[in-house]
Unconditional design. Structure first.
Length: 166
């Protein structure tokens, strides 16, 4: 679609670079697409196929991954999350990998869960909301502390939520 529009603009007298800028692509990208179209009669995105064979230089080896799992399963660390294990290791002068790498590797072996005696958070019910459309319809205890003059005393008893006059 973009190639057709650029071709139409060039037939009408526009320069290729200006037509490409208007479409938001680089002129070199257009030339690459045209070259691919001539070669295979089909334009394809080759970034995924080119990246499939590459291996990152800093990818962890299997022995490093096993070392991380071994450290996490040691008795002194087995009840701690990686957010506490990494600083404890750093205090000892030992750095294996980052905290996020700990989490990623533990999740790959299904060991990311609540460690130790920590309990699951409890779902608490949201309190029922009330809507006051006039005075004296909804009463509640107001525990906010308003600005007071020196020595002034106030009664913090029940108050109407419709009337907030201090």
């Amino acid at each position: 679609m973009a190639m057709k529009l650029i071709d139409e603009a060039m037939i009408a007298g526009a320069r290729q670079v200006q037509a490409c800028q208007l479409m938001g692509i680089d002129a070199r990208t257009l030339r690459r697409w045209q070259k691919q179209l001539l070669a295979s009669q089909e334009v394809q995105d080759q970034r995924k196929t080119a990246a499939a064979g590459r291996v990152p230089a800093n990818k962890l080896s299997e022995t490093e991954k096993e070392r991380i799992i071994e450290v996490c399963n040691l008795p002194e660390y087995k009840s701690l999350p990686p957010s506490q294990i990494v600083p404890m290791l750093a205090d000892k002068g030992e750095y294996i990998v980052s905290e996020s790498s700990f989490y990623r590797i533990l999740s790959a072996v299904n060991q990311v869960n609540r460690r130790g005696r920590a309990q699951m958070p409890k779902n608490s019910m949201k309190p029922k909301g009330y809507n006051a459309t006039g005075p004296n319809q909804v009463w509640s205890w107001d525990i906010s502390v308003p600005q007071q003059a020196a020595g002034e005393m106030r009664d913090y008893g029940p108050s109407s939520s419709a009337c907030r006059c201090w």
